[in-house]
Design a protein around this ligand. Structure first.
Ligand code: NDP
Length: 484
């Protein structure tokens, strides 16, 4: 396994770079607590080196045709797929997520983004607007140097979801992964360059929030895309505003998943499981407030308990395991704190709620019922395997309650009445929604949040708008008619 690991802390200007004077960052395998690598945070010299490389490389890349840029991205996508197993094993070491998940949801999702935006690159165009004899044409131009800052739950995917559209549009990128999961983005950089990406266009540097902040405030940077929590989003958005920089903010959520009593209970339970326990609950779009109509509540809970208790918890490298540890001891302890609050505030524990003894950061998947809107576990993002089940009587009531949150990332509805499904989704204040499923995020669909959950969209053609800008050019065909 060691041989797939990156060979240094940073990847700058097409090569691995080390600067051991930076603060040490231990990379911990969450299943055992073992330190599997030690990297170093970027020093100011490393930050400068990465930004200088990105700045110098970008104009040459933007001057290439979209077809040429796209070909490189698509080649990288193929290489990622060829190496999926090794990359997935690395992702599992980095995050603790079961190999059963990482084999299908991480590097493969990154490859999808590179393939999709690689395919779009050649068709990015402006338009021609005829104005009598005169005309205007628009040029779709790159923004310049983009900074990507990632959360720890999907390190490969986040690097590719930001890098692929940025590069397709002719930008360069400096990416800073979360200090908790710093390895995989380096492999993305390595593969992109092996696929033919010119040096300097996709750089990865390590560090904590201070390194992120140094990147965001640097005058060479034109755009910042953050995946992280709302508090970090506020800081990064404010810092970017000083330089009137473009931003994309993919932030947290406390999303509603509404199950009407005509729903297929088995499907609804499946959706609630996918929307709460995949990646041990460390997914931003999770439907953590599960509103179940009273008529089917107990049936839903009984089946949910049965199925959740069938989860295979254990060694993430064993492909039979489908529920792994939390990413860190710190995150596990935060989640345990929420479980205690749930119990103290009177929610009914249906299953789970336990820390599993041992060196790994394991918790059992946890379901609370009889949760009310005011309880802490119904209001705050937990980012762990804790599902809150709330009951409701009717449609108008549940819509109002579902929207009574400052977040607006996602929402889901389970019902056999499709008219109701569309009517309800139309009224929910959220950016990424599902009817009769949950948490599918194909690259073809826009992804992002409303309200405090973010601004901008990732994936789909919509992402192009967030990594390019239009220049409009008025062309006069006759004399200039000045008043004096
Ligand atoms: P954080 O907000 O703690 O960190 C996100 C990233 O920002 C990290 O790389 C962090 O560095 C960096 N950072 C922290 N402070 C600053 C700063 N002042 N300036 C610049 N960068 C900074 O999020 P987590 O890593 O804990 O991830 C969990 C959060 O991410 C949840 O709220 C989750 O909902 C959200 N998320 C949103 C997604 C979406 O698409 N909407 C998807 C996935 C997660 P470091 O941690 O190394 O200090």
């Amino acid at each position: 396994m060691q041989n797939v690991q990156p060979t240094a802390s940073h990847f700058i200007n097409g090569a691995y770079v080390e600067d051991a004077t930076g603060a040490a960052i231990d990379v911990v395998y969450p299943a055992t607590g073992a330190v599997i690598a030690t990297l170093h945070a970027a020093t100011p010299a490393i930050v400068d080196q990465a930004l200088a490389a990105a700045k110098a490389a970008q104009p040459v890349w933007a001057a290439m045709t979209g077809t040429e840029r796209g070909r490189i991205l698509r080649r990288a996508a193929d290489m990622i797929r060829d190496r999926n197993r090794a990359l997935s094993e690395l992702e599992t070491l980095d995050t603790g997520k079961p190999l059963q998940e990482t084999l299908v949801a991480d590097a493969t999702s990154g490859a999808d983004a590179l393939e999709y935006f690689g395919g779009l690159a050649a068709s990015l165009t402006g338009e021609h607007i005829q104005l009598g004899q005169d005309f205007v044409y628009t040029r779709r131009e790159a923004l310049g140097v983009c900074v990507g800052i990632g959360a720890w739950n999907y390190p490969t995917q986040i690097a590719c979801w930001k890098g692929a559209p940025a590069l397709a549009c002719g930008n360069s990128m400096v990416f800073k992964p979360s200090e908790t999961t710093p390895l995989s983005a380096l492999k993305v950089a390595e593969i992109l360059h092996e696929a033919g990406l010119p040096a300097g266009l996709f750089n990865v540097i390590q560090g904590r929030g201070d390194v992120g902040a140094a990147l965001v405030t640097d005058p060479r940077v034109d755009k910042v895309s953050l995946t992280g929590s709302v508090p970090t989003g506020r800081k990064v958005y404010a810092a970017a505003a000083q330089g009137i920089k473009h931003v994309t903010m993919e932030l947290g959520g406390k999303s509603p998943l509404i199950v009407f009593d005509d729903a297929d209970v088995e499907d609804a339970v499946g959706g609630a499981i996918l929307g709460n326990f995949y990646s041990s609950g460390q997914v931003c779009s999770n439907g953590t407030r599960v509103f179940v109509q009273k008529g089917i509540k107990e049936r839903f809970l009984a089946r949910l308990k049965q199925r959740v208790e069938a989860a295979v918890i254990g060694d993430p490298m064993d492909e039979a395991t489908n529920f792994g540890p939390m990413v860190s001891a710190a995150q596990r302890d935060i989640v345990l704190g929420y479980i205690e609050k749930g119990q103290a505030e009177g929610a009914r524990l249906i299953t789970g709620g336990q820390r599993i003894d041992g060196d790994g950061f394991y918790l059992t998947p946890t379901v609370f019922a009889d949760v009310t809107d005011g309880m802490t576990i119904a209001r705050e993002e937990i980012f762990g395997p804790v599902m809150a089940v709330l009951d409701f009587d009717d449609e108008d009531e549940v819509i109002a309650r579902a929207n009574a949150t400052e977040f607006g990332l996602s929402a889901g509805v389970f019902t056999r009445d499709l008219t109701r499904g569309h009517r309800v989704i139309g009224q929910l204040e959220a950016g990424s929604c599902w009817i009769n499923t949950y948490n599918l995020a194909p690259v073809e669909a826009p992804f992002g949040g409303a309200k405090l959950s973010g601004v901008g969209r990732e994936n789909s053609k919509a992402a192009i708008e967030h990594y390019s800008q239009l220049k409009s050019v008025y062309v006069a065909m006759g004399p200039v008619d000045a008043p004096y």
